[in-house]
Design a protein around this ligand. Structure first.
Ligand SMILES: *Cc1c(COP(=O)(O)O)cnc(C)c1O
Length: 337
């Protein structure tokens, strides 16, 4: 058994938000039904703060960055049902920062649940001020204007990146790569694929940078894109991975083929339900009692199920699906089910 080279992140400031290592669990009933592969889940939906989810790993480093600049206020942008917005609000509350969220109507849904329930309900409970900016193209100008007026009023403002995805935020997933490697070695298991959703790209980029930094093949990570078309998502994710790796190991380069990204699950657009997503959410819930979100995990898992059924993975392959959270989204999408 080889020992994983540790990834030393101690030189990066970190504000702890997670409770510890998230568990890896086998999906025995689903694996039996599929027949040809073994499926495991990494439970990044199991985190205590603010309902949990993948953005908290990024926020550990982003909040530290905000604190280092002496910020008293944090701003970010997102879609109306953004999990990143909700978790930024939760992390801000915990760290004692004021939080303002600029939420757009980029997803074509306008029922009561979508507009007011789910993440939006939690944003307000967590004490964030929500700005409703319908046009996504108006979000950045609004954010800049709001930042300028807060600064003029004497506040020190930190603007968190879209989806928490900057080289600093991605350190959270580089760290997760080290966590997965340590867990798989403790389980005496080698995962053939680690499957993730790709939205703003930071989750995949951080994992890829982490595996490269540890001298491992980053192509073990495979994403299904749920937001941007494959070529654009590939470029964004590669750029983030490159920046993250450079901050870990100056001078290192991310090969172009390090980003394995699969298209075909976006359907009518980001946040627009597909039949495959509904089937994936129902399958995971009814066979395993686990709840996927409708925007990210549901679509990525739909892609995974399709590819398993199409025989795209070797017989007996061990697949690790990263559950990224987003449960509140189900309550916003009641009508989609
Ligand atoms: C943001 C998000 C993702 C996508 O992560 P990125 O780092 O933006 O690619 C996946 N799942 C959930 C639940 C999310 O909120």
């Amino acid at each position: 058994m080889s020992t994983a080279p540790p990834l030393d992140l101690t030189r990066f400031a970190r504000h702890r938000l997670l409770d510890g290592v998230t568990p890896i669990q086998p999906l025995a009933r689903l694996g039996k039904q599929l027949g040809s592969v073994e499926i495991f889940v990494k439970r990044d939906d199991l985190m205590g703060l603010g309902g949990g989810g993948n953005k908290l790993r990024k926020l550990e480093f982003l909040i530290a960055e905000a604190q280092a600049m002496g910020a008293d206020t944090i701003l970010t942008v997102g879609a109306r049902q953004s999990n990143h917005a909700r978790l930024t609000a939760a992390a801000a509350a915990k760290a004692g920062l004021a939080c303002e969220l600029v939420l757009t109507r980029s997803v074509p849904r306008d029922d009561e649940d979508f507009v007011h329930n789910g993440n939006v309900l939690l944003d307000t409970l967590l004490g964030a001020r929500v700005h409703d900016v319908a046009d996504p193209a108006a979000a950045m100008p609004f954010l800049q204007h709001r930042t300028a007026s807060l600064r003029a009023a004497g506040r020190t403002v930190y603007v968190a990146p879209f989806g928490g995805s900057s080289a600093v935020g991605c350190l959270g997933y580089a760290n997760c790569a080290a966590e997965i490697l340590a867990q798989s070695e403790a389980m005496n298991t080698r995962f053939d694929r680690i499957v993730v959703p790709n939205g703003s790209g930071g989750t995949q980029a951080g994992l890829v940078a982490g595996f490269l930094a540890m001298g491992r093949d980053p192509r073990v990570v495979q994403s299904y894109t749920v937001l941007a078309a494959a070529d654009k998502a590939h470029a964004t994710t590669w750029g983030l991975a490159q920046e993250t790796l450079a901050s870990l190991q100056p001078g290192r380069k991310v090969p172009g083929d390090a980003i394995v990204l699969v298209d075909g699950q976006i359907g009518g657009g980001y946040g627009v339900p597909t039949d495959a997503m509904r089937e994936a959410v129902r399958t995971m819930a009814s066979l395993e009692g686990l709840l996927l979100d409708p925007v990210y995990g549901g679509k990525a898992f739909a892609g995974l199920l399709q590819d398993v059924r199409a025989g795209k993975f070797a017989k007996g392959a061990k697949l690790l699906f990263l559950m990224t959270g987003g449960l509140p989204g189900l309550f916003a999408y009641r009508r989609a089910f």
